[in-house]
Ligand binder design. Structure first.
Ligand code: PLP
Length: 356
């Protein structure tokens, strides 16, 4: 089967095989790693190695803390203003879709938020050009969502800003090389390109630590995690362990340049198949199409149900679009192999021939 789920998403098969073998007993210790203290030398070794490999993959310098947290990206929607937005200050947000909107709504609970650009008037099928943004030079930070998982809209450029740049990279991180030094803070729920649900990655420039709002909960203050090696409380040990295996897998594959090449090929094929047909359509402007999430519609929506049923019978799973937009969505994250995209395209063409 091939799994096109938007999240929790497919994991690399070799990672799952290693995890299966490790699960019952950890290197002759008489118990599983999941049963060991997070303070044990074994688990600390696993966590340190995961962080080191991630730093290597993304080229993260020592100026940044790497935090393994919980609560999902949604918790960071609150943690970002709680850590960065001082009393009386304001922050800029760019609205490019459903996840931007959620981040904006949550941040408004904690301070003054200005939406400096929005593509809502194009039904989120575009990215507002940088020269149209009304940014505030005194903003505490600028927040954007580089890849909108639901709309399938992606920035293929990093915004220039004076204020620290904050990015929700949940559905694009590790899909290609990234210049982390351009960002003040990056966060991502793990359940797409990092590992299983339950882990949230935060990468934050160290000079941004220690400025949280006075009532910021201890657990949401990034400084707490940074000072305690992400072990102020019990960390999500299984998720950290598995993410470490995913990072090893990426490194063995040739790192992010190699992954990016594969991802570009997968997306190009799928968009070409959609654009080459009058039966399938993708609503997103070409320069802003996502490499990770490819929404598409069928010319006749009464065929959606048979399309999904037939796809599933062929082992092409989780192609239903998000409930807010309908249609289909193929999420083609790192662990979805190129053969999966080939199989999907072959099925789409066959379905069109028979029903189109
Ligand atoms: N941001 C983006 C871009 C997402 O795709 C998601 C989940 O799909 C979230 C935030 C929410 O993440 P979580 O479920 O980890 O809170």
């Amino acid at each position: 089967c091939y799994n096109f789920c938007a999240g929790p998403a497919a994991l690399p098969v070799p990672v799952l095989e290693t995890a299966r073998d490790d699960m019952l007993e950890w290197h002759g210790k008489g118990m599983s790693l999941m049963e060991m203290s997070h303070r044990s030398a074994e688990f600390i070794g696993v966590a340190e190695r995961a962080e080191a490999t991630l730093r290597e993959l993304l080229g993260i310098s020592d100026d940044y803390a790497v935090l393994f947290l919980q609560g999902g990206a949604s918790t960071q929607f609150a943690a970002v203003p709680l850590n960065l937005l001082a009393e009386g200050a304001s922050a800029d947000y760019v609205n490019t879709g459903q996840w931007s909107k959620k981040a904006i709504a949550e941040a408004r609970r904690f301070g003054r938020i200005n939406v400096v650009a929005s593509s809502e008037d194009t039904r989120f099928s575009t990215i507002p050009p940088r020269d149209t943004w009304s940014t505030d030079p005194n903003a505490a930070y600028l927040h954007y969502t580089p890849n909108e998982t639901i709309g399938g809209v992606e920035f293929h450029w990093i915004p220039e800003t004076g204020a620290p740049l904050v990015a929700d990279m949940s559905s694009t991180i590790l899909s290609r090389p990234l210049d982390v030094s351009r960002f003040g803070m990056i966060y991502a729920g793990a359940q797409k390109n990092i590992g299983p649900a339950g882990l949230t990655l935060v990468i934050v420039r160290r000079d941004l630590l220690g400025h949280s709002q006075p009532h910021c909960p201890t657990m949401l203050d990034w400084k707490t995690a940074a000072e305690n090696d992400s072990m102020y409380n019990t960390p999500p040990t299984f998720a950290v362990y598995l993410a470490g295996l995913v990072f090893d897998w990426l490194k063995e594959l040739g790192g992010l340049p190699a992954m990016a090449e594969i991802n570009r090929r997968k997306a190009a094929k799928l968009y070409a198949a959609i654009d080459g047909s009058t039966f399938y359509a993708n609503p997103v402007e070409v320069p802003s199409r996502s490499l990770m999430n490819v929404p598409f519609t069928l010319a006749d929506s009464s065929l959606d149900k048979p399309f999904l049923e037939e796809a599933e019978a062929r082992g092409l799973l989780n192609l239903k679009g998000h409930r807010s937009v309908g249609g289909m969505r193929a999420s083609i994250y790192n662990a979805v192999p190129e053969e999966a995209v080939d199989a999907l395209i072959a099925f789409m063409q066959d379905f069109e021939q028979r029903k189109g």
